[in-house]
Design a binder for this molecule. Structure first.
Ligand code: FES
Ligand code: FES
Length: 166
């Protein structure tokens, strides 16, 4: 099958590759670029494990062909750390609040939560739950994921994080 040359920016670096028209963006990221932080779960737009940030929006990368991402600016979970390599507030939140168990959903959760906090730096618990409703976690029951995002929100805002009484 004829291949198409695509170029895009991923985590700040210009990348390129030859892809078939049917190549999904998540496969391009994982197989052509070797960035396996972005996970594949359902491949049917349901689970959110493959979420990446594209031009300021959370996108399930199994939903998009690589050719459709031509010229895009993409951030994957590999691009979530601070510029100096330290953990971002969100990464730290997931660590401190035990926001993961098996970790399969975690890259998609962190990338999605990153955009959520960009759009709404101080979300309510309800807004967090709604904001991550496109991302499924089989392990945690979501409670500690919500706390992880609340931790990050507090840190970004420069206030001390206090867990709500249960
Ligand atoms: Fe893309 Fe599940 S793998 S939404
Ligand atoms: Fe296992 Fe979320 S931590 S699926």
């Amino acid at each position: 099958m004829a291949k198409t040359h695509v170029t895009m920016k991923v985590n700040g670096a210009e990348v390129e590759g030859l892809v078939e028209p049917r190549t999904l963006l998540v496969h391009f990221i994982r197989e052509n670029l070797g960035m396996t932080g972005t996970h594949i779960g359902c491949e049917t737009t349901h689970c959110g494990a493959c979420t990446v940030d594209i031009d300021g929006m959370s996108v399930k990368s199994c939903t998009m062909f690589a050719v459709q991402a031509q010229g895009s600016d993409i951030t994957t979970v590999e691009g979530m750390a601070n510029a100096d390599g330290t953990l971002s507030a969100l990464q730290e939140g997931f660590r401190m609040m035990h926001g993961l168990q098996c970790g399969f959903c975690t890259p998609g959760m962190i990338v999605r939560a990153h955009r959520l906090l960009k759009e709404n730096p101080a979300p309510s618990e309800q807004e967090i739950r709604m904001g991550i409703s496109g991302n499924i976690c089989r392990c945690t029951g979501y409670q500690n994921i919500v706390k992880a995002i609340q931790y990050a929100s507090a840190k970004i805002s420069g206030v001390e994080f206090r867990e709500a009484a249960e």
